[in-house]
Each structure stands twice: as structure tokens, then as C-alpha cells.
Design a protein around this ligand. Structure first.
Ligand SMILES: Nc1ncnc2c1ncn2[C@@H]1O[C@H](COP(=O)(O)OP(=O)(O)O)[C@@H](O)[C@H]1O
Ligand SMILES: [Mg+2]
Length: 252
């Protein structure tokens, strides 16, 4: 189990092993994620990124080892961890505004405060003019903006994002990346973002966790100190890109 001698904010993963039946999906994952840090889990398809994220979310449980959030062992989902998936998991029968209000409404927030919350987060994601729309009236990028606003509105300390922009076209994807960085800088939540795109990880993350498959494990932890705002054409971006690419390819 995690070492709880010093309880500190953030996520502590200790010697995590996860099997599906006889299939060893994750082996010996140990990782510390600091409060307000932006971390990308990067690796090829099947290396266990989603499995690791779902374990942090508390949707599935490790075979051995453990995960602690703010010093408390993860035993299931919790309001301090918000999740955004690749597929737009919005309620189609709710308006944009009602979707964003969903978490705080469950938490018993009153009507007036609910409106203030949804107004704030819809403004943050640039969708103030769409609050009465239904999800099927929005583009893919707009739906993912709503999903992010909805996750944030529940005021999680930690945002867990599983390839949230994976289904979007390249231009929309870049603009959502820009927005996510702006939101992260404004709100300072811990972000754990799964991607198989090197460019996305280099643009977003402070720390890039390079994973490898069969079994899923950590190959390298790369600190990304490229200055912000980051430009996708800068020397620092390209040199970090090369470094991460080499770590992914390293066959030793
Ligand atoms: N529910 C499941 N039952 C059995 N095997 C699974 C299940 N979910 C994922 N796997 C296997 O675990 C491995 C890692 O999957 P996943 O975490 O989805 O990887 P990634 O998100 O990196 O693509 C894959 O080999 C996948 O086939
Ligand atoms: Mg996945």
C-alpha cells in the first residue's frame, strides 16, 4: 500500500499491478503526480493507459499495489476526481446548461448558484451562447468543450481525461488543446491526460509518462520544461518532441 507517513496532496501510485484474468495489463507502476500538475500518459495502443486512468478514477481495482489520492486509498469513484472520455458522454436529453449543472445539482446546489456555475464554466469554454442547445445541435469540438465544462463544474481537484480530443479533426484538436492549457492555467486543477500523440503530450504536459506495452509499464518519465506559452513550431517544442519520440522508440 502507499506510504502514508507523509500525507500530501496529489496522486501516489505504488507498485500497481493489474490483471484481467491471466492477462497482465499493468506491471509495477509507481508514480507520483503533484497537486496542480499536468501529466500526460503517452504510449501505443494497448499499453494500458485507459486501464491506469480507470484505476485512478476508481472504476477498476488493482490486483496488487495501490493508489492514494491526497493520502487516501482509492476505493471507488469520488467527487474530487472528474472524468472526460473520448466519446462525448453528455446526456442527450439535457441542454448544454443542464449537462454542466448536473454534478452540482446532485450535490444539492440551489438554482441560483447552479446558474452562476454553468455560466462561469460555459464562458470558460467559450460556449455561453449555446447554453440552451442540445448536444446533437453541437459539433464534436463543442461537445467536448461541454464535457470539460461539466467535469469542471463538479469542482474536482483532479481531471482525468482519456484521449478527449482523439475523435476531433486536427484543427479543432489544436484549438481544444489551447483551451485546455488556458483552463488549466486559470483553474490549476491536477490533469492526467491520456494520449497516443507525442505532439499533444509535448504541447500540454509538464510531465510525460512514456509507457510501453505487454505488459503495460512505465518506460520513461520526462520532465517537459518547454516554456509557456508553447508554440508548435518552436525549437524547444521540436527538441522535446525528439526526446519523447526517442524514449518511445527505445528498444533497449
Ligand atoms: N475489460 C477488459 N478485459 C480484458 N482485457 C482488457 C480489458 N480492457 C482492456 N484490456 C486489455 O488491456 C490492455 C490495455 O488496454 P487499455 O488500457 O485499453 O490500453 P490503451 O488505453 O493504452 O490503448 C489491452 O491489451 C487490452 O486488450
Ligand atoms: Mg485507451
Amino acid at each position: 500500500m502507499p506510504d502514508n507517513t507523509a500525507i500530501r496532496p496529489g496522486i501516489a501510485i505504488r507498485n500497481l499491478v493489474l490483471h484481467y484474468g491471466v492477462h497482465e495489463v499493468l506491471r509495477g507502476i509507481s508514480l507520483d503526480i503533484a497537486d496542480a500538475e499536468f501529466v500526460c500518459l503517452l504510449g501505443p495502443s494497448g499499453c494500458g493507459k485507459t486501464t491506469l486512468l480507470n484505476a485512478i478514477a476508481g472504476f477498476i481495482f488493482p490486483t496488487a499495489g495501490g493508489i492514494a489520492v491526497n493520502g487516501h486509498e482509492v476505493r471507488g469513484p469520488g467527487a474530487e476526481r472528474g472524468v472526460v472520455f473520448q466519446e462525448y458522454a453528455l446526456f442527450p436529453w439535457f441542454t448544454v446548461e443542464q449537462n454542466v449543472q448536473y454534478g452540482p445539482r446532485l450535490a444539492g446546489v440551489d438554482r441560483k448558484a447552479l446558474n452562476a456555475i454553468s455560466d462561469h464554466y460555459l464562458e470558460l469554454v467559450g460556449l455561453s451562447d449555446f447554453k440552451r442547445h442540445y448536444p446533437n445541435q453541437l459539433s464534436g469540438g463543442q461537445r467536448q468543450r461541454v464535457a470539460i465544462a461539466r467535469a469542471l463544474a463538479a469542482k474536482p481537484e483532479i481531471l482525468l481525461l482519456d484521449e478527449p480530443f482523439g475523435a476531433l479533426d486536427a484543427m479543432t484538436r489544436e484549438s481544444l488543446q489551447d483551451e485546455l492549457v488556458r483552463i488549466w492555467e486559470a483553474e490549476r486543477r491536477t490533469c492526467v491526460f491520456v494520449t497516443h500523440s507525442i505532439g499533444e503530450a509535448v504541447f500540454l504536459a509538464e510531465t510525460i509518462i512514456v509507457m510501453q506495452a505487454q505488459p503495460g509499464r512505465i518506460r520513461a518519465i520526462i520532465r517537459n520544461d518547454a516554456p509557456r506559452p508553447r508554440a508548435r513550431t518552436s525549437d524547444s517544442y521540436f527538441s522535446m518532441y525528439r526526446k519523447v519520440d526517442e524514449a518511445l522508440r527505445d528498444r533497449t
